[in-house]
Design a protein around this ligand. Sequence first.
Ligand code: A3P
Length: 287
Amino acid sequence: MAESEISRLYHGLLLPRIAHTDESLQFLENFQVKDDDVFAITYPKSGTTWMQELLPPLLNGGDLTSIQTVPNWDRVPWLEETRAPLVLDTMSSPRPIVSHMPCHLMPATLFKSKAKVIYITRNPKDVAVSSFYFHKMASFLDDPGTFEEFIDKFLAGNVVFGKWTDHVKSWRNPELGDRILYITYEEMLEDLRSVLSRMLTFLGREISAEALDHVVSSGTFKNMKNNKMSNYSLVPEDLMDKKKSPFLRKGISGDWKNHFSPELDAKFTAVIQEEMKETNIRFPWDE
Ligand code: A3P
């Protein structure tokens, strides 16, 4: 794990320097979690922006105003990033919050609270492809090299937020009991409405069937791509070069098949299987 001008180390984890300062990480460590806070946790490229679109209306009775008026990073802030201190203090409860942190680096107050956590997993092969394009377009991430080189770094955890397998395993923490709900990106693609219903039940919230229809509609890939508060078009080109790749790129499952050679696929599968074998965690894409 090597620091660079672009990435720093924090407890053995590479993080993009631009958004993760000593102050922001101090804020993370000292954060006072409230009982009604709701966390959506993801390994990067697993559906974070999607959750930033869906959580606010689920928590506020179906009101979509913030989706059209507030950029996703201020609407549902990252707990570990520089904007968190500015945004979280001004948010009314219940506060939707996102984080890419592994479980053991979350603030201690999370475990003493009654706050709920939704953990979203995506097929790691699609995560790796999405991440490769993100590294190409984002100047605040290290150059990914070739796709094959990037896959080696990804499998070694030599990428921001570390190994996918470590992240997924860390969040199977029995301390969280029934305060954590596991969903997959693929389930959301297949039937968003039913996943949202599960989320509502888990959160102990209700919205009308009509409001739920509107949440589903505003959360489609096409509508998010057209929403300047969600498609990262507000971010300057020198930080995110959308000519190299749009942020909302394809929004599908299985794009890995267009990128992995049979040899690379076999290698990737073997490494992930080996690292997951001591667990009883199984995903639909493992079958
Ligand atoms: P792709 O690069 O495969 O298109 P994150 O927000 O965690 O960084 O994840 C980004 C990935 O989620 C991108 O994947 C993006 O297109 C996808 N995504 C975001 N909103 C989506 C939606 N409404 N439907 C499907 N995929 C979506």
